[in-house]
Design a protein around this ligand. Sequence first.
Ligand SMILES: C[S@@+](CC[C@H](N)C(=O)[O-])C[C@H]1O[C@@H](n2cnc3c(N)ncnc32)[C@H](O)[C@@H]1O
Length: 464
Amino acid sequence: MRPGARPGQNSEARGRRMATKGKPRPASASEASSETPHQDDIGVEARLVAGLLLNAALERRNGLDEALAQPPARALAPVDRAFARAVAMAALRRLGEIDQILDRRLQKSPPEAVRTLMRIALAQTLVLETPAFAAVSTAVKLAERDPKTRPYKNLVNAVLRGVGRDGPGLTTAESNLPDWIAARWRATYGEAALTGLALAAREEPPTDLSLKPGVDPAAVAQAVEGEVLDGGTVRTGRRGDVATWPGFETGDWWVQDAAAAVPGRLLDVKPGETALDMCAAPGGKTLQLAAAGASVVALDRSAPRLKRLTQNLERTGLAAEVVAVPAEDWEDDRTFDAVLLDAPCTATGTFRRNPEVLRATKPAEVAKLADVQHRLLDAAAERVKAGGRLVYCTCSLEREEGETQVIAFLRRNPGFRTVPADPAAVGAPAEALTPEGWLRILPSQWAERGGLDGFFAARLERIS
Ligand SMILES: C[S@@+](CC[C@H](N)C(=O)[O-])C[C@H]1O[C@@H](n2cnc3c(N)ncnc32)[C@H](O)[C@@H]1O
């Protein structure tokens, strides 16, 4: 299989049997340690934490990462913690399908804590292909442990054994998307694209690396058993802690999804130019601009996130002036040849890497963030020199955070015009090009190569 190719990616979104056949997969993507042991050796504590992580992700944005830093998860050995995270991520990606299977077997909905135990067990058996005896016996032990779930111990046992005996039955990939999101994407992109998005949302993505100038992509690809994509990104299906991979310590590359690398290329900075990255942390795009030889100023309102940017600069030996400030409040009168606005957004395009975004995003947030983007775009425009470029991008699939922003911006700012993108020149799928010359990258594009995150990007130029 090619690096990052998705098992089952050609299957129908509807009416598909859920289990992925074939060899058991390792415990997960970037989340899993390469030391993941046999999953049947891992005990009930890891499963308990998997349930906590799943529920934290369902409750709040960044809930999973926050819960990973809390005592129950931190008390686990690293390998058990990696397993717990992998199970929670698998459950999140396939939550709708798992609930379809459960609901067919349950006459009435059990308490949430019981459902959690069963979700966690089915994520193991049907997605990670953990041996059924390990997943079922640990679920029953966990049910027994808590007075609230104890009365349901036999139900848990019967349901899980029933799925093991009879198979999961038909499930639909679209069931994994919240209804309001599916309805939105259907209306915006059409039924076929929705199917592609739903299929993309089920799978664990490959890892993409952007390289420092002078580093040979073929050599990196060989070292990480990957391939070089159009645009120069190296893609690998390798799992485990990237800090242990060849070239990390020496700063030869940084992790950046193939789509996230497109806006930086679209800005097309030349050595000696000045560039402003207005929402820069954790810095993937700042590194690109610095690597292209620009003199870069990187702003972000979040000092903790900028710490990661500074670490990334140090590791790669690249340079930028870093300022912790809300971009619209930056008291500095410089203007720049190139300005990048990678605006805060709902991040719905990143659902492959962060499946929780689909649960955490609420409809009202789209409008709220669109207001912030509007304000930041106007602040960005003021920083562009005459004849200079502005790239606006978001990792959202919502039109209000992409196309609608640029349409409204060009109406407000007749001194700017679109410079049409050339997808091949920036490593984007050809089908991402819109009639206006912007890029609308969908996670369902490049499906045969393992997909990519969703992004919107437009290149604008100040003509007066
Ligand atoms: C999409 S992320 C940026 C990712 C970054 N460009 C990269 O490639 O690594 C958006 C960033 O905007 C920052 N942010 C939000 N509001 C801001 C504001 N008013 N001014 C500056 N940064 C802001 C957030 O802290 C967050 O780091």
